[in-house]
Write a protein that binds this ligand. Structure first.
Ligand SMILES: *Cc1c(COP(=O)(O)O)cnc(C)c1O
Ligand SMILES: [Zn+2]
Length: 475
């Protein structure tokens, strides 16, 4: 199946990178507890520390070996590798040595994820925000959100585990605000159905119709329960604790490995010049922001980038535990209120302990959190999409957060700014529709502005009628 790497025309590449183009390094990756430091091998699925119940991360104990290759050579390796026609290296595994070296190329599942475009904000939008910036359009992943990055690493790991551990039965399960289940169901459906079953748990009525249609379309068992995401999360955590299931939420540190690719790509797309870089990220369960920080740390440690970027985490005032923590120094799980940034509507982010650890250890003067209201979120989405962009409500949240960060002096004109639009506009079309019809229930606290409303116009099927409506001039 896998094209023989040795048959590739490697002699077309410069001699000093040739030997590195096909990754051969497999590292020494282990689970490591962020609480007590316990380590465990990857020969099982683990989500929390068996001893102290803290979160786990993955650590490559051989990482320092990678330092033998200078940063400048790593940059060339990753850049030339993009020209290779080797399927497993087309997506996030382009950065295999630092992403997740353990997985053999033959086990990599590639469904087209990663390498999403970095699009320069149009002139009108930049003017409105107050500076130039880029939107990284992660809605252009296969299931239309960044969750595919982490799912590609998790499902590749499952694929590898099935082959090497002789697993004959596996049930993949996740709780979701919509996009995790779309991604999990898509990637699991690619594996052997005689072995793998796919189950997703959703809060009833709290995912969009598009997001509900995705796991249904991929053939997953979709279970709806009353409550919000935090309730679903508690249930799957209990299931993972007591039964033989494979948990696919970002609590699974293997998801984080894949999501680091966002940071690697941003660096590569900017020619690795991360001086004065700011990355703006919407935060829900805090898996994404954790992965992005870890990804930039990898690059920094290997001298691939000159500087760590600043991270601005954005939250809605209806689901803001991280923003409150950053402002007051105290972390208090909260009860969420309805938000159009529904994918980030989480009151007790599972990965918060990792955020705290990363901020304290590495990003203390480079991590900011801002809070925006619902009106700002939806209007920044609508305005961006009227300027040639394709951003979701969480992308709108990011841009609204950037405006706040500019106004409060956190972000300045001389900086390079990348805004994360985490999913596709179409997934959240219902919120756009509610805005255009002025149909938001009061708890959203959104009052539409006439100039942003757009509706279809019904006219007779006649050129004359349409020309007259458009006030067209005759030739
Ligand atoms: C999951 C998700 C988020 C939040 O990411 P976390 O890792 O949970 O913080 C933001 N936007 C979209 C579109 C998502 O699907
Ligand atoms: Zn522990």
């Amino acid at each position: 199946m896998l094209k023989n790497p040795d048959a590739l025309p490697l002699d077309r590449f410069p001699a000093h990178v040739r030997d590195y183009l096909i990754p051969r390094y497999s590292g020494d990756v282990v689970y490591e507890c962020i609480g007590c430091g316990m380590t465990a091998g990857l020969d099982r699925f683990l989500y929390t520390c068996p001893q102290c119940k803290s979160l786990l991360r993955l650590r490559d104990r051989a990482f320092d070996e990678l330092k033998k290759v200078p940063g400048s050579l790593w940059r060339e390796i990753f850049d030339f590798r993009r020209m290779l026609t080797l399927e497993p290296l087309r997506g996030i595994f382009l950065f295999k040595e630092i992403l997740f070296p353990t997985i053999p190329l033959e086990d990599v599942v590639y469904l087209g994820e990663g390498h999403t475009p970095l699009v320069r904000a149009n002139a009108a939008l930049s003017k409105q925000v107050g500076l130039e910036f880029f939107v990284k359009n992660d809605g252009l992943n296969p299931s239309a959100s960044f969750k595919d990055r982490g799912m590609a690493s998790a499902i590749s790991f499952i694929n590898y585990s099935i082959r090497t551990r002789g697993i004959t039965e596996l049930l993949g399960i996740c709780a979701s605000t919509g996009d995790t289940s779309a991604a999990a169901a898509l990637y699991l459906s690619y594996l052997d159905k005689n072995i793998v079953r796919s189950v997703v748990l959703l809060p009833q009525g709290k995912v969009t119709p598009q997001q509900l249609s995705q796991p249904l379309g991929s053939g997953a068992t979709v279970i709806e329960v009353p409550g919000v995401f935090d309730d679903c999360m508690r249930i799957v955590e209990e299931l993972a604790e007591r039964y033989q299931v494979c948990l696919l939420n970002s609590k699974n540190p293997i998801r984080i490995m894949g999501q680091k690719s966002y940071a690697y790509e941003v660096a590569q797309q900017l020619g690795y010049d991360t001086k004065h870089l700011v990355v703006i990220v919407p935060v829900g369960n805090a898996g994404n922001v954790t992965a992005i920080m870890e990804g930039f740390l990898d690059l920094y440690r290997l001298d691939i980038i000159p500087e760590l970027p600043c991270i601005v985490a954005v939250q809605s005032s209806h689901a803001n535990p991280v923003a409150v923590w950053r402002a007051r120094g105290e972390y208090i799980p909260m009860k969420v209120r309805p938000s159009v940034a529904q994918a980030a509507m989480i009151g007790d982010p599972v990965s918060f302990p990792k955020v705290r650890w990363l901020v304290e250890e590495h990003f203390s003067d480079r991590f900011f959190a801002v809070e925006v209201n619902e009106q700002e979120i939806i209007e920044h989405m609508l305005q961006a999409n009227r300027c040639g962009h394709v951003v979701c409500t969480q992308g709108g949240e990011s841009i609204a957060g950037l405006c706040k960060a500019v106004a409060s002096g956190i972000v300045e004109k001389n900086q390079t700014v990348v805004v994360d639009s985490t999913s596709h506009q179409l997934k959240f079309a219902n919120f756009q529709d509610m805005y255009f019809r002025n149909a938001f229930p009061p708890e959203y606290e959104i009052t539409p502005r006439d100039d942003l409303i757009n509706k279809p116009i019904a006219l007779p099927a006649s050129a004359d009628a349409i020309a007259s409506f458009l006030k067209l001039k005759e030739k």
